[in-house]
Design a protein around this ligand. Structure first.
Ligand code: ARG
Length: 463
C-alpha cells in the first residue's frame, strides 16, 4: 500500500499525495456531479451484466445494486459529501459505495475503466438534453402555429434588406420560423440516432479479457447497440459536438427571431405588444417596457456557439485514445444546454403571450410601395408587355408617387396613363395589399390559403 495521503483509487504506486494545485486542476467533481444519475445507471447496468455473465456473484451484484440506490438517494436528497480528492463523480460514487457495502464495491470496476464510464455517462446526459431540446422546440412550434392560425390572413410588410419588399401575411411569417425550428428538431433527432451506441465495456481503450456482454449493457441503457471499436468508443466526442452544432444553429434561429421581436415591439414599428410577463421596466424612464427576454435570447448564441468552438478546439489534434483534455468537454456542454433550454422556454412564453397589432401591421403593409411588383405583374399579364419594360414603367410610377408623397393606389388613372397610355382602371384591383397576398397562391406562397395548408400539415407532423 502506498502513502496514506495518496489517492485511494489509484494511489498504489504513489508515495505522496497530489499538490493542492494538482488537485485543483485535476478534479472535475465540481461540475461532473451533474452526471450522478447517469453514472449510477451505468454502474447498475454493468453490475447486472457482470452477474449474468458469471463474472460477479449474485450476492455481490445484489449488494452493489442496493448500495448504488442508497448512494443515488443520498445525492438526490443533497446528503452526499462530494470530495475533490476523489476527483470525479465516478470515484466519488464508488468510494461511497465501498463505505456502505464494503468489499463487494471493489469488484464493480471489473472489465471497465473510467474512460468508457465517462463516455457512457456523458452520452446518457447529452441524450437526455437532446430529448429536452426537442420537447422545447415542439412547444415553441405549437405556439408559433397558434399565432399563424389566428393571423393567417393578416397583412404585414415583407422585407428584404429590412426594406419594404412585398406584402405578406402574419401567418406566413410565423410559419417561416416553424420551418426553421422544424429543421432544428430534425437535426437533434438525427444526432440522437447517430450517437445511440454504447461505449461501456470498451474499458480503458482496448476492450477487456473478461467475458462481458456489451449487448446486454447497451440494451439496458437504451442504446441501439454497443460502439463497435473500443478505441473510438472512449475517444469519441462527436455526439457532444453534434449536440453543440445543432444547438448553435437553433440558437441562431432563436436569435434572428428575437431580433425581429425587438424591432417589432419598438414604438417605431408597433407590430407586436409583448406581454408584461416577458418584459421589464426601466428604473429611470417610467414609460419604458423593454424586451429583455428577446435581447437575452438574441445574445445566447454567443455562449452556445462559443461552447461549440471551444470543444472543437479541445478535440482537434488529440491522439487516440483517451486524453485528460477531454474532461474539458462537460462544462461547455452543460452551459450550452442550460442556456438553450432557457432560451427555448422564454421564446415559447413570449410567442404564446404576444399580441400582433393587426392595424399597425396592415398600415405598414401598404406603405413603401409594397405592391409595386403586383403593378409590374399586371402590366405583363394584362397588357402583355415584357417584364423588364413593366419594371421600368412601374419604377417611373413609384418615382411619381414618391415625389408627391403618396402611395401607388393614391395615383389617378390619368397619372398612370401619362406613363403608359394603355393602363386601365383595372390596375387598381392589384394595388391593394389584401389582393396582393391573396394572389400569391403558389406552393409555399404567402396567400392565406397556402398558410392554412402549411398550418394543417404541421399539425399532422407534430401529432
Ligand atoms: N473525470 C474524467 C473525465 O471527465 C474521467 C475519466 C478519467 N480517466 C482517466 N484515465 N483519468 O474525462
Amino acid at each position: 500500500m502506498g502513502n496514506d495521503s495518496a489517492n485511494q483509487m489509484w494511489g498504489g504506486r504513489f508515495s505522496a499525495g497530489p499538490d493542492a494545485i494538482m488537485e485543483a486542476i485535476n478534479a472535475s467533481i465540481s461540475f461532473d456531479k451533474r452526471m450522478a444519475a447517469q453514472d449510477i445507471a451505468g454502474s447498475r447496468a454493468h453490475a447486472a451484466m457482470l452477474a449474468s455473465t458469471g463474472i460477479l456473484s449474485d450476492s455481490d451484484a445484489e449488494a452493489i445494486r442496493k448500495g448504488l440506490l442508497t448512494v443515488l438517494s443520498e445525492i438526490e436528497e443533497g446528503r452526499f459529501e462530494f470530495s475533490a480528492a476523489l476527483e470525479d463523480i465516478h470515484m466519488n460514487v464508488e468510494a461511497r459505495l465501498k463505505e456502505i457495502i464494503g468489499a463487494p464495491a471493489g469488484r464493480l470496476h471489473t472489465g471497465r475503466s473510467r474512460n468508457d464510464q465517462v463516455a457512457t455517462d456523458f452520452k446518457l446526459w447529452v441524450r437526455d438534453q437532446i430529448d429536452a431540446a426537442i420537447d422545447g422546440l415542439r412547444a415553441l412550434v405549437a405556439a408559433l402555429i397558434a399565432q399563424a392560425e389566428a393571423g393567417a390572413d393578416w397583412v404585414m410588410p415583407g422585407f428584404t434588406h429590412l426594406q419594404t419588399a412585398q406584402p405578406v401575411t402574419w401567418g406566413h411569417h410565423m410559419m417561416a420560423y416553424v420551418e426553421m425550428f422544424g429543421r432544428d428538431i430534425g437535426r437533434f433527432s438525427d444526432a440522437r440516432a447517430r450517437m445511440n451506441e454504447c461505449p461501456l465495456g470498451a474499458a480503458a481503450l482496448a476492450g477487456t479479457s473478461f467475458p462481458i456482454d456489451r449487448h446486454m449493457t447497451a440494451q439496458a441503457l437504451g442504446f441501439d447497440r454497443p460502439a463497435a471499436n473500443s478505441l473510438d468508443a472512449v475517444s469519441d466526442r462527436d455526439f457532444a459536438l453534434e449536440f453543440l452544432a445543432a444547438a448553435s444553429i437553433c440558437a441562431m434561429h432563436l436569435s434572428r427571431f428575437a431580433e425581429e421581436l425587438v424591432i417589432w415591439s419598438s414604438a417605431q414599428f408597433r407590430f407586436v405588444t409583448l406581454s408584461d410577463r416577458f418584459s421589464t421596466g426601466s428604473s429611470i424612464m417610467p414609460q419604458k417596457k423593454n424586451p429583455d427576454a428577446a435581447e437575452l435570447i438574441r445574445a445566447k448564441i454567443g455562449r452556445i456557439f462559443g461552447a461549440n468552438v471551444a470543444l472543437m478546439t479541445v478535440m482537434k489534434g488529440l491522439p487516440l485514445a483517451y486524453s485528460k483534455d477531454m474532461q474539458e468537454d462537460k462544462e461547455q456542454v452543460f452551459d450550452a444546454a442550460d442556456n438553450l433550454m432557457l432560451a427555448l422556454a422564454a421564446m415559447e412564453g413570449m410567442v404564446r403571450d404576444m399580441t400582433a397589432n393587426r392595424a399597425s401591421l396592415a398600415a405598414a403593409a401598404g406603405s413603401g410601395f409594397s405592391t409595386a411588383t403586383d403593378l409590374a405583374d399586371w402590366l405583363v399579364r394584362v397588357l402583355g408587355i415584357p417584364f423588364r419594360d413593366a419594371h421600368h414603367v412601374t419604377g417611373q410610377l413609384v418615382a411619381m408617387a414618391e415625389g408627391r408623397g403618396c402611395d401607388l393606389p393614391d395615383l389617378t388613372l390619368d397619372d398612370m396613363q401619362s406613363v403608359h397610355s394603355n393602363i386601365t382602371a383595372d390596375v387598381f384591383t392589384v394595388l391593394g395589399v389584401e389582393n396582393s397576398v391573396a394572389s400569391r397562391t403558389s406552393y409555399g406562397g404567402t396567400a392565406p390559403e397556402q398558410v392554412r395548408a402549411q398550418v394543417a400539415r404541421w399539425k399532422e407532423v407534430l401529432k
